[in-house]
Design a binder for this molecule. Structure first.
Ligand code: SF4
Ligand code: FES
Length: 365
C-alpha cells in the first residue's frame, strides 16, 4: 500500500453534554458524562499533535461545545497550533460577549443547526423551549461580529414541509452556506428511524426544491445537499474512506475513524492521551482494519468504484446487515440492497411519530 497521507480535518467532540435532545443526534447511545471529559491541557496537546500531523481544520463539536466553560482557551490553543477553527453549535448558549471572546481567541467560522423554520415545531424536535428564537438571535450576533455562518438544516419526515421556508430563512440570516442534510441513521437517529425517515415522494419533492433554490440563489447562497442513504443506488464515500482524510476524537480522548465506529465489535480504539496521534493514525489496528481496499469482499473487490466510494459506510453495513465488512447495502450491487429500500418505504408509510429524545435519562450505560 502507498504511504498513508495525513488527515485533513479532525472532529473534536469536546463534550456530550447538550441542552438540546434532538432525536436524530449522531452521538452514541452511551453518552460520556462530564467527569469523563478530557481537560483543557489534554485537548491543547491533541490540537498541537493534530497540527504537527498535518491536519488543517478542527471542528469543535459535541454535544454542545459551548457547555464547556474553557471553550475560549480550547479555541485559542487550537488556533495557536495553526488550525482553522470551526464551531458546530446549537447556539442556544450563545451571547454576544461569549462569541466575541471566541472570535478574539481565533474562531474563524460557525455552523448553527436549525430544527425547522418556525418555532413551535423546531422547539418540539429540539426538546428545548425557545431554542429557535435563541438560534435566530445568535445568527444576528454573528452578523454583527462578521463571523461567517453556515446553517445546518437536518431534514426528516416531520419537517420536510418547511424546506422552502428554511432556505429563505438562511438567506435572511446572512448564511453563506446551507447544508440541507437528510438524517443519516446512526446513533440516536437509528433508534428513531421509524419516526424520521421520509417517503420517496417527500424526498423527490425536497430534491426538486433544492435544485430550484440552487439556481435562484446562485452567487449568494451555496447549498449542499445530502440525501438519506436508504433511497440511494450507490453509497457515499463515508468519511472519504476509512482512515483516509478524517478522524474523530471523543470527549474522553478516544480516536475514531468516524463518529459511529465504536459500534463495530472487535475493533480496539486507542486514546490520544496514551499514544501519539500520529502513531494511532498511521498504524493502529483499528484504522488499518478497513483502510484502502484489501479488506473488501465481492462485489466491491473487483468494482471500478472501489477507490471512489471505498465501499460505502462500515457502520451502516453493520447496522443493516450485521457485518461491518459487508458491502454497504445502499449499493444496488449488494445482495442486501432490495431489503433496505423496502424497509425505508415500510417505515415511512407506517407514519409513527414518537421520538426517544437524546438525553442522559435515555442513554445506555
Ligand atoms: Fe462501491 Fe462496492 Fe458498490 Fe462498487 S460494489 S459501487 S465499490 S459499494
Ligand atoms: Fe462509520 Fe460511515 S459512519 S464508516
Amino acid at each position: 500500500m502507498s504511504a498513508i497521507e495525513p488527515p485533513l480535518a479532525m472532529l473534536a467532540e469536546i463534550t456530550h453534554r447538550c441542552p438540546l435532545q434532538c432525536p436524530y443526534c449522531s452521538n452514541p447511545l452511551a453518552l460520556e458524562r462530564a467527569q469523563g471529559e478530557l481537560d483543557t491541557e489534554a485537548w491543547a496537546d491533541i490540537f498541537r499533535q493534530a497540527a504537527a500531523l498535518g491536519i488543517l481544520q478542527v471542528h469543535l463539536s459535541g454535544g454542545e461545545p459551548m457547555a464547556r466553560a474553557d471553550l475560549p482557551e480550547l479555541v485559542a490553543t487550537a488556533s495557536a497550533a495553526g488550525l482553522y477553527v470551526n464551531l458546530i453549535t446549537s447556539a442556544v448558549l450563545c451571547t454576544e460577549e461569549k462569541l466575541a471572546a471566541l472570535k478574539d481567541a481565533g474562531l474563524r467560522h460557525v455552523q448553527i443547526s436549525l430544527q425547522g423554520s418556525e418555532a413551535a415545531n423546531a422547539d418540539t424536535i429540539a426538546g428545548y423551549r425557545d431554542a429557535h428564537a435563541k438560534k435566530l438571535a445568535a445568527a444576528g450576533m454573528l452578523r454583527r461580529l462578521d463571523l461567517p455562518l453556515t446553517i445546518n438544516a437536518v431534514m426528516h419526515r416531520q419537517n420536510l414541509d418547511q424546506l422552502e421556508a428554511l432556505i429563505e430563512l438562511s438567506v435572511e440570516l446572512g448564511a453563506r452556506r446551507l447544508e440541507v442534510a437528510h438524517v443519516q441513521y446512526y446513533g440516536w437517529a437509528l433508534k428513531n428511524r421509524a419516526a424520521l425517515i421520509p417517503t420517496r415522494a417527500q424526498l423527490d419533492a425536497a430534491t426538486a426544491t433544492v435544485e430550484a433554490a440552487r439556481q435562484r440563489l446562485k452567487g449568494s447562497l451555496v447549498i449542499d445537499y445530502v440525501i438519506p442513504d436508504y433511497y440511494g443506488r450507490r453509497p457515499k464515500a463515508c468519511m472519504n474512506g476509512w482512515g483516509r482524510r478524517f478522524l474523530n476524537v471523543t470527549p474522553s480522548g478516544t480516536v475514531l475513524p468516524c463518529h459511529a465506529a465504536e459500534t463495530i465489535p472487535g475493533l480496539v480504539f486507542e486514546r490520544a492521551t496514551e499514544k501519539p496521534l500520529k502513531e494511532i493514525w498511521t498504524s493502529s489496528a483499528a484504522f488499518e482494519h478497513f483502510r484502502g481496499t484489501a479488506w473488501m469482499p465481492e462485489p466491491c473487490a473487483s468494482c471500478d468504484q472501489r477507490e471512489i466510494d471505498w465501499g460505502g459506510c462500515r457502520c451502516q453495513a453493520l447496522a443493516l446487515t450485521g457485518d461491518a465488512a459487508n458491502t454497504d447495502p445502499v449499493c444496488e450491487l449488494s445482495p442486501h440492497h432490495a431489503r433496505i429500500a423496502a424497509l425505508a418505504n415500510e417505515e415511512a408509510a407506517a407514519g409513527g411519530d414518537d421520538f426517544v429524545y437524546r438525553n442522559y435519562r435515555h442513554a445506555d450505560g
